[in-house]
Design a binder for this molecule. Sequence first.
Ligand code: SF4
Length: 441
Amino acid sequence: MGKKALLINPWIYDFKAFDFWSKPLGLLYLGALLQKHNWEIYLIDCLDRYHPKLLNSGKKLPKVDEFGRGKYIAEVVPKPEIYKHYPRRYKRYGLPEEIFRKILLELPKPDWIFVTSQMTYWYLGVFSTINIIKETFPKIPIVLGGIYTTLCYEHALRHSGANYVLPGPVEESLFRLFPEIPKYTFPELPFPAFNLYHKLDYVTILTSRGCIFRCNYCAVHYLVPNFVCRTVQAVINELEIYAQSQIKNIVFYDDALLANPNFSSILDEIKNRRFSFQFHTPNGLHPRFITEEIAQKMKEVNFKTIYLSLETIDSRLHDLYDQKVTKNEFTRAVNNLKKAGFDNKQIHAYLLIGLPLFDFDTIKESIDFVLSLGVTPHLAEYSPIPHTQIYRNNFSKNLSEPLLHNNIIFPLLNSEEKNKMAELKKYLIKIRQTSLLSKTK
Ligand code: SF4
């Protein structure tokens, strides 16, 4: 065996966090790549609800829903000074610290440690994880990668405590540290190393990476500049492995799943193989691509939850920010999905809230429009993301501290707007409580 690597998905530090089908896919691709080059790999996913040490700890664990989603176990931690005014408890989500320390101590000493990162404003979880790793393995080099690292490279370099900071897709950056591992393209990567988990309610999969759109508020084009698709055969071969492992839920992580020209053929092949998965699409689908034929095929192969990107019904805002959907396209998509047999409970729509120029009357109208079609609306709270056009135009000077990117503190809203926002949330809760959705079917 070659070198030993320890891969770590760190804690989340935030006011709220929920496992909405979240897995560290980049880290698992790295694991697979290193395995392919004969490394021995160990994984600690601090967000793993089924780590044996956690299961044996006697702690009461949060419930999981029928599709594998659920709360994380959490502990209250001191709030950073910058959030002192915000009247909510700040928490560390994931494995309790003593369990994490115990797992570290019982592992064989690695040669390298790789830590990933997600949201920019979760970096305290990353730093805290790195600090504890250093106490256990003070001489082992730590490599930090992932989304925060790519979006806030200078910050990570200066403050993280990692020995190496590697921004960008791992298959393109790894060779800088390990010249013996050649550069790969995304479609050439081996399947992500889900075999490192003890138990899984779901796996996440990509048929493509990147996006064909360039919305002003999104950083996908910075994280992954090109839209690249995998072959039908590669996706099906990966699904075959999950079928053999009795995985029930498959979660598509693509940013533009329906823009993949292979998607229709992937659905045909899933049908031919008679897979018995439940499929989910938590990253909003682009309604304009939901034709009658695609909707029909998705229903036939057992898509269970459909999330659509609408953002707003205001065409002026779409012209300004994203140009990705019109009201008519959304209506047509919903009609096609209903015709194919999807019911109200399965179809969801994301509406953006908190962006400059998004007024609350329009958001309320958008909610009512979505409800009128019998679709469940979800408010997606905008958070400023470095390297997006909106960030460059509005925030690059005063939001250099990533904790300020947290959508929960809403840097864009004044107190009157915050009240309106709270009213909208109450309105949505009331709608759900009065089961308006079932009546609108
Ligand atoms: S369509 Fe979605 S993933 Fe693509 S750029 Fe817009 S927000 Fe980002």
